[in-house]
Design a protein around this ligand. Structure first.
Ligand code: ATP
Length: 581
């Protein structure tokens, strides 16, 4: 229920247009009632052969209500859909704002398919909240009251009975829908989420699954998940059919009751035959307002469940919090101060058996080119993650440009770094759009200069549309080397003093690797850089090499010095040389 309260809180700023839509909705049903009542009166009276003049007002009434009904419904839909779209926009912005600080520390427990379902599916299931749930529920009351007031002329008992059956049926059907939805809705959401998770896993892992010959099992998992969605949908369809039948029965019961009272009123001479026809058709028409209620109740369950899942994300504690009174962070390190200083940092991932960083000390001087190497699992990528403020909960001290990162805004700290990862994401867009990610206003000359620096300008010139060539999802139309160089060009366009390079040449052949290393040399000029690498190739390019093992620096120095030391680095180097030969 708390989740629905939050949803209503998001609807609250849209209350006036929503109220307008409710008034228009009630007026639409009112016009339907007017149309039926005027038609009934017209037909029943016409059967008595009065003069045409006696029928004039009713004829005009039928025309008026007929036109008004369509026009009002159109206006109501226009307004209610505009409220819906504005509500969805509000929810999405609210969700994304809250989601950003949770990545990755608080989203690690969610499958990407599950996260996708929450962001896309759950938000979409809130789409009908105003149009199909709240709106119809709010329209019923004025319609019931309006019909009651209209029928008062025939007798108080009839008016109360008609208004009571309309409001009572609406309530009973909405509750029935809610209860049935409670049984079918959660099963459907769980089944949908499982299907999304299985489908995303299949698509993302297709290449590996094909290579391992395991596609059949993955497809079977998706089929199984699809089957549970079908079963859940079937159960829902059965429930909905039952509710539809109950709605027709309720409408019939209300007309029957109004007819019984009307007949007894006619017996007492209070109502004539024409009046009886008007009563019956007016009550029948008013049930238009009740028809939407069972599915409104049912949807409310689904919407409540969707909102609860969204609220669970939104209310999660951010992985890293900004300080209450942040200190400004200089864009350059003060004279004599290292650009980055890591002192005695200890950090364990949640649930981690041993610390990923265990008393780590690192200093990067202005303009220094440093490599960070070590065996797999030594904690190299964790160093980058902590510098970028992706995780909190570490002990020790990290300074960037002389500022204690815990006392500064995360955004300020991140803006000091340009990151180039092995799997840098390229968007399904043009070369230009991919390059201009950091600054959409960047000029043509700067773009070409960055491409030259990355050594990929020739390739882009040869593309069919040059800078405006579409590169496909994840740069699918490019070679591995081109993708990496495009990522280097994008990094070059970021005016950041420190470069963090995570395995920048992994997965490339020797010739491409050498070209990419040349491009990285050009990129690193005038900047401070920290390169995490497994591959101990052309390590002379780095001024200093830090060797990490089990979360701490165990050796450091230049490539020849480290070889002479004959320690961890020399062992790693020898092992790799043997493999490369
Ligand atoms: P590699 O060279 O294989 O990439 P690495 O030196 O970069 O390894 P890290 O990725 O920093 O090592 O990992 C250090 C330790 O932390 C490892 O034991 C790893 O299993 C663990 N670890 C890394 N990321 C997470 C995570 N998100 N959650 C839990 N444990 C993690």
């Amino acid at each position: 229920m708390r989740a629905l309260g939050r949803l209503l809180g998001l609807v609250w700023p849209l209350r006036w247009p929503l109220l307008g839509a409710v008034v228009l909705g009630a007026a639409t049903v009112g016009s339907g009632v007017g149309l039926m009542a005027a038609s009934a009166w017209l037909l029943a009276t016409a059967a008595l052969h009065p003069s045409i003049a006696d029928l004039q007002v009713a004829i005009v009434g039928v025309r008026f209500f007929g036109v008004a009904r369509g026009t009002l419904r159109y206006a109501e839909r226009l307004l209610s859909h505009s409220v819906t779209l504005r509500l969805l926009a509000r929810i999405r912005v609210w969700l994304f704002r809250r989601l950003e600080p949770l990545v990755p520390a608080r989203t690690g427990g969610l499958h990407s398919g599950d996260l996708l379902t929450r962001i896309v599916g759950d938000v979409e299931s809130l789409e009908g909240f105003t149009v199909r749930t709240l709106g119809p529920a709010l329209v019923v009351l004025p319609v019931a009251v309006g019909v009651g007031v209209f029928l008062l002329r025939y007798g108080r008992e009839l008016a109360l009975a008609a208004a009571g059956t309309i409001a009572g049926s609406a309530l009973a059907l909405a509750v029935a829908g809610w209860l049935l939805g409670g049984r079918t809705g959660p099963a459907l959401s769980v089944a949908r989420s499982r299907l999304a998770t299985a489908a995303v896993e299949l698509v993302q892992g297709l290449a590996d699954l094909t290579a391992a010959g395991r596609t059949d099992e993955a497809v079977a998992a998706v089929t199984e998940a699809g089957g549970s969605v079908t079963r859940a949908r079937f159960a829902r369809a059965v429930a909905e059919a039952g509710l539809d039948g109950a709605t027709i029965l309720a409408a019939g019961g209300a007309v029957w009751l109004a007819g019984r009272i009307g007949v007894s009123l006619a017996g007492a001479g209070a109502v004539d035959g024409v009046g009886l026809a008007v009563i019956l058709l007016a009550v029948m028409a008013a049930f238009e307002a009740v028809e939407a209620l069972p599915s409104a109740g049912e949807r409310l369950q689904e919407q409540r469940a969707a909102m609860e899942r969204i609220v669970a994300i939104v209310d999660a504690e951010p992985g890293v919090r900004d300080p209450g009174r942040p200190e400004p962070l200089p864009s350059r390190a003060p004279e004599g101060c290292p650009v980055v200083r890591v002192e005695g940092v200890r950090f364990s991932y949640p649930g981690g058996a041993r610390p990923a960083l265990d008393g780590l000390d690192i200093e990067l001087g202005e303009g220094e080119r440093v490599a960070l190497v070590g065996p797999s699992g030594a904690g190299k990528s964790t160093v980058i993650a902590l510098l970028l403020r992706l995780w909190d909960g570490w002990e020790g001290r990290i300074e960037v440009m002389g500022g204690d990162v815990r006392r500064c805004l995360q955004g300020d700290v991140r803006r000091r770094f340009a990151v180039l990862e092995q799997g840098t994401h390229l968007f399904n867009a043009t070369v230009r759009e991919n390059l201009a990610l950091a600054d959409p206003t960047v000029g043509e000359d700067a773009l070409w200069a960055a491409l030259e620096l990355a050594g990929v300008a020739e390739d882009v010139r040869a593309m069919p549309d040059g800078l405006d060539t579409w590169i496909g999802e994840q740069g699918l139309t490019l070679s591995g080397g081109q993708r990496r160089r495009l990522a280097i060009a994008r990094t070059a366009l970021l005016d950041r003093p420190v470069l963090l390079l995570d395995e920048p040449t992994a997965g490339l052949d020797r010739a491409t690797e050498a070209a990419v290393l040349d491009a990285l040399d050009r990129l690193a000029r005038g900047r401070t850089s920290l390169t995490v690498t497994h591959r101990l190739v052309e390590m002379e390019r780095h001024g200093r090499i830090l060797v990490m093992d089990r979360g701490r620096i165990v050796e450091q120095g230049s490539h020849p010095d480290l070889l002479k030391m004959n320690g961890v680095y020399a062992a790693l180097h020898t092992a790799q040389q043997t493999l490369l030969e």
